[in-house]
Design a protein around this ligand. Structure first.
Ligand SMILES: Nc1nc2c(ncn2[C@@H]2O[C@H](COP(=O)(O)OP(=O)(O)OP(=O)(O)O)[C@@H](O)[C@H]2O)c(=O)[nH]1
Length: 297
C-alpha cells in the first residue's frame, strides 16, 4: 500500500490530534469516574467499534485523497462524528455534573454537524467525479484499440493513423494534417537521461491531448514527432490549435530528475490542408518537408 499522500496531510493530522486531545482534556477535567459495576459492555463494544471504524475511515480518506476542499470537508465531517462517538463512549465510564449541560451538547452536536459536512463533501466529490469523467472521456478514444496505441505516450500509433487517413480518403473527407516535432530533443536526451526524455514525451503528449477537440486524432509518428489529424475543420482552426499547443509546451516547466531545475521546450510545426484523393504517404511527406523548413527557420 502506498502512504505517500499521508505525508501531504501532516499538518492536518497534527491539527486533528491537537483538537481531539484538547476535547478529551476539557471533557475529562469536568467529569468524574463511574463505578465499574453498571457499565454496559455491549454499549462499550458498539460505541467503541464506531469510534475505531471512524478513525479507520479518516486514515483511508487521507491516504487516498490529495489535499483540497473535498478532502477537508470529509475529514472535518468524520472528525466531528468521531468526537461525538468518543464522548459517547466516554460516558460509559464517566459522568458529567448536571450543571455542566454544555458537556451533553458537545457530545451530541458534532455528530449532526459532521453528517452535514460529510453530505456536502460527498456532493462536492460527486461534482469532482463528473469533471474527471469529462476529462477522461477525451482520452477514451485513445484506449479503444489497445493494439494500436503507442506504449510510451498512450497516443495512437503511426499504423493506426495511416489506417485512419486511408479511411478518410475512402470517404472522400478532406482533412488537415498537423505535424509537431520537439526541438533539440536528441540534445536533451544526451544532456539529461533517456528516462527524462521519455517523461518529456509523455508530458508533451498529454498537453497535445488536452488541447484536442473531441473528433481530432493524435498519434506519435516517430521518436519526438507527433501527428494530429483534424477533419471537418479549416485552416484557421488548425492554426489556433497549433498555437495553443505551442503555448502550452512553451510554458511547460519540465524538471529533469537529477537537477530538478525547469527546462523549457519548443516544438516546430507544419500544417497541411489535405484535399480528397491525396495519397496518405504524399500528405505525410509534404508535412515532413514543411516541418524541416519550419525547423530551419
Ligand atoms: N527518450 C527517448 N528518446 C527517443 C525515443 N525515440 C527516439 N528518441 C530519440 O529522439 C531523438 C530524435 O532526434 P532528432 O530527430 O535529431 O530530433 P532533434 O534532436 O529534436 O532535432 P531537431 O528535430 O532537428 O530539433 C534521437 O536522439 C532518438 O534517440 C524514445 O522513445 N524515448
Amino acid at each position: 500500500m502506498d502512504f505517500l499522500l499521508l505525508k501531504r496531510h501532516l499538518r492536518l493530522i497534527t491539527l486533528l490530534l491537537i483538537g481531539f486531545v484538547t476535547l478529551l482534556a476539557i471533557v475529562l477535567s469536568h467529569a468524574s469516574l463511574k463505578a465499574i459495576e453498571p457499565t454496559d459492555w455491549l454499549d462499550v463494544l458498539g460505541e467503541g467499534g464506531i469510534v475505531v471504524m471512524t478513525l479507520v475511515w479518516i486514515f483511508f480518506l487521507l491516504a487516498s485523497r490529495p489535499p483540497g476542499s473535498v478532502t477537508y470537508l470529509l475529514t472535518l465531517g468524520l472528525s466531528c462524528f468521531f468526537s461525538s462517538g468518543l464522548l459517547d463512549l466516554l460516558d460509559e465510564f464517566v459522568t458529567y455534573p448536571n450543571e455542566q449541560s454544555w458537556l451533553y451538547w458537545i457530545e451530541s452536536l458534532p455528530a449532526t454537524i459532521g453528517m452535514i459536512l460529510m453530505t456536502w463533501g460527498l456532493y462536492q466529490w460527486h461534482q469532482e467525479q463528473l469533471k474527471l469523467h469529462k476529462q477522461l472521456s477525451r482520452r477514451e478514444a485513445f484506449y479503444r484499440e489497445h493494439s494500436q496505441i503507442d506504449y510510451l505516450t498512450q497516443l495512437y500509433s503511426a499504423d493506426y493513423m495511416r489506417a485512419h487517413l486511408a479511411r478518410l480518403n475512402q470517404q472522400a473527407t478532406p482533412y488537415v494534417l498537423v505535424m509537431l516535432d520537439i526541438n533539440n530533443f536528441a540534445a536533451f536526451n544526451r544532456q539529461y537521461t533517456i528516462q527524462d526524455g521519455d517523461r518529456l514525451l509523455r508530458e508533451i503528449a498529454d498537453l497535445i491531448v488536452m488541447n484536442l477537440r473531441q473528433a481530432d486524432l493524435a498519434c506519435r509518428y516517430a521518436g519526438d514527432r507527433f501527428i494530429i489529424v483534424m477533419h471537418h475543420t479549416d485552416r484557421a482552426e488548425a492554426d489556433l490549435l497549433v498555437e495553443q499547443i505551442k503555448n502550452a509546451v512553451n510554458h511547460l516547466a519540465f524538471k529533469p530528475l537529477q537537477t530538478g531545475k525547469a527546462v523549457y521546450h519548443q516544438v516546430a510545426s507544419s500544417i497541411i490542408e489535405v484535399p480528397t484523393g491525396c495519397k496518405v504517404d504524399q500528405a505525410i511527406s509534404l508535412a515532413n518537408q514543411q516541418l524541416e523548413m519550419d525547423q530551419v527557420c
